[in-house]
Design a protein around this ligand. Structure first.
Ligand code: N6E
Length: 175
């Protein structure tokens, strides 16, 4: 079946690392899309906001911390069987922050060792691209999901030396 994209929605996803202690901050999603999964912090853009602004804002709203640094490390394009709306998720890596991670209405934050990331309770694409993310390698990913959002049916992940401003849909690998 061809993968048809009629529309895409932009999202951010920020993952905060404690590189010295090889730990990553994840949040348990308490409501909405991705409920009961561990994930980074992020969400949709607000009107008039840039992708980077949205990344800082969502981290602050959901984990109550302020990133000091933030590097865009990759973009993942998610599609779902029988759904023409693609999610374009801009992934950021942050290694320094101010404040204390605190539980909010949306997320319960917790630190995990790099060797003990709870992939079984995360989006199934995460275990595929996290290895590149953790070592700081920039990437572009495409993941096509089953209609029930439980399984990755097709995937393409590549390393890049520059992450573009937006995903060029004409260069898609899965189509
Ligand atoms: C399909 N595979 C996926 N794998 C990993 N991460 C995924 C994902 N699909 C979406 N994501 C992320 O999940 C968050 C949803 O955010 P979401 O709660 O919908 O956004 P936002 O906070 O704006 O919503 P509300 O304010 O509650 O409406 C957001 O970070 C987005 O990047």
């Amino acid at each position: 079946m061809p993968i048809i994209i009629e529309k895409k929605k932009l999202f951010t996803l920020v993952l905060t690392l404690d590189e010295k202690n090889r730990k990553i901050l994840l949040g348990m999603k308490k409501r909405g899309f991705g409920l009961n999964k561990w994930n980074g912090f992020g969400g949709k853009l607000e009107p008039g906001e840039t992708i980077v602004q949205a990344a800082y804002r969502e981290l602050e709203e959901e984990a109550m911390i302020q990133a000091v640094d933030m590097d865009k490390i990759g973009i993942n394009l998610f599609t779902f069987e029988n759904d023409p709306v693609a999610l374009e998720v801009h992934v950021f890596r942050s290694t320094e922050y101010k404040g204390t991670p605190t539980e909010t209405e949306e997320m319960r934050p917790e630190w995990f060792s790099y060797d003990n990331i709870p992939f079984d309770t995360m989006w199934p694409d995460d275990r595929i691209w996290f290895p590149l993310f953790l070592k700081g390698q920039q990437f572009l990913g495409e993941f096509h999901f089953s209609e029930d959002q439980k399984r990755v049916l097709e995937q393409d992940l590549r390393e890049v030396s520059h992450v573009p401003e937006e995903y060029d849909l004409t260069q898609r690998k899965l189509a």
